[in-house]
Design a protein around this ligand. Sequence first.
Ligand SMILES: Cc1cc2nc3c(=O)[nH]c(=O)nc-3n(C[C@H](O)[C@H](O)[C@H](O)COP(=O)(O)OP(=O)(O)OC[C@H]3O[C@@H](n4cnc5c(N)ncnc54)[C@H](O)[C@@H]3O)c2cc1C
Length: 397
Amino acid sequence: MPGETTTRTQVVVIGAGPAGLLLAHLLAADGVESVVVESRSEEYVAARIRAGILEQSTVDLLRGSGLGDRLEREGDQHHGIYLQWPQERHHVDFVSLTGRSVWVYGQTEVQKDLVAAAQARGQVVHYEVSDTALHDLESDRPSVTFTDASGAARRVEADVVVGCDGSFGPSRGAVPESLRQTWEKVYPYSWLGVLADVAPSTDELIYAWHPDGFAMHSMRSATVSRLYLQVPNDTPVDDWSDDRIWDALSTRLGHGQDGWTLTPGPITEKSVLPMRSFVQTPMRHGRLFLAGDAAHIVPPTGAKGLNLAVADVGLLSPALVALLRRGDEGPTAAYSDTALRRVWRCTHFSWWMTTMLHTSEDPFDAELQLSQLRWVTSSEAGTTGLAENYAGLPIGF
Ligand SMILES: Cc1cc2nc3c(=O)[nH]c(=O)nc-3n(C[C@H](O)[C@H](O)[C@H](O)COP(=O)(O)OP(=O)(O)OC[C@H]3O[C@@H](n4cnc5c(N)ncnc54)[C@H](O)[C@@H]3O)c2cc1C
């Protein structure tokens, strides 16, 4: 393109979300240079309220790569979750069953830590770019073009391009249609999620089955609660006043049951989140690699989206280091198949949790769900299976 500025690096990373910035961090630690391009502003990406649960392998990886200091101080280790239905609440203790646990530490906090580390090492990140396009992916000199924040046309040539650009970025569509395969399941319900400035009414997350629909009590800190209600798809957020939300949460979460109470508080954020499962294979085409939401989406019930993104990058980074520093193509050749084993395990677990806990109009389904919940909470095999999947399998499983 006339007037285009061309630069060169080893890896171009598209997307500065958790997958993209973590990949750049891990590559830099092993002496591999990268340039990150991101369509949004740094502040916008850091403020997005999304995931909040880190599984054991994610925490181990963040600690091992020097990103664990604030997580250590401010993260809240949880030993399990509560599963409940009317008149019954059961604790599933991950630590006693599997020796693994999870941490409450918001995606916003992970993102802040990644941004701080990127700034400290002088990482090149082009924020607020437009027209991102991928080129020559089947050659050993692929490139990415974009218009930068000042309106200038740029091309970055590299050895490898990594698409960490989530569900709406251009990377997944850059795999030729004839070579890619996709699977998608859209669920007939959404989550109404709220953030509230009130201390959590529970020490660990509550997952509640209720005839009115699923509800969940999560948290972000000692003073901020995160709560969810199952709502029909396309529910306008304005249909739900704060009072209506707290009433529904009280009913579904069992306010008053065995002396437990839900404390309401000021709601600071409300949004409706549709739910779907999506997988695209392969996660590699030529010199393009996909990681995180660019390749797969899970409904949030299993708390797996962010953790899967971290696991992909945890596999991909050493594979790229082997390729770019030692000329060893083995690990990159294995990346897609290895990552997809975990992706499908988490896709199944997320679907299983979702369909066990969200109600439909069908009374037969309701009886099956209750039977499944009774079995999961009363059999050691049932609770251990849930604990093993929720606290997370090792990266590379
Ligand atoms: C509303 C919402 C709520 C969620 N809640 C939960 C939850 O409760 N629990 C859970 O586990 N998971 C949750 N998730 C999923 C979790 O947040 C994601 O799995 C996680 O963010 C994946 O990280 P990523 O880096 O792969 O993708 P993303 O975080 O989506 O990052 C992709 C980045 O690429 C950028 N990008 C897109 N297009 C371009 C382009 N053309 N050029 C350059 N950059 C581009 C985007 O702006 C974005 O910053 C939620 C997701 C959403 C959308």
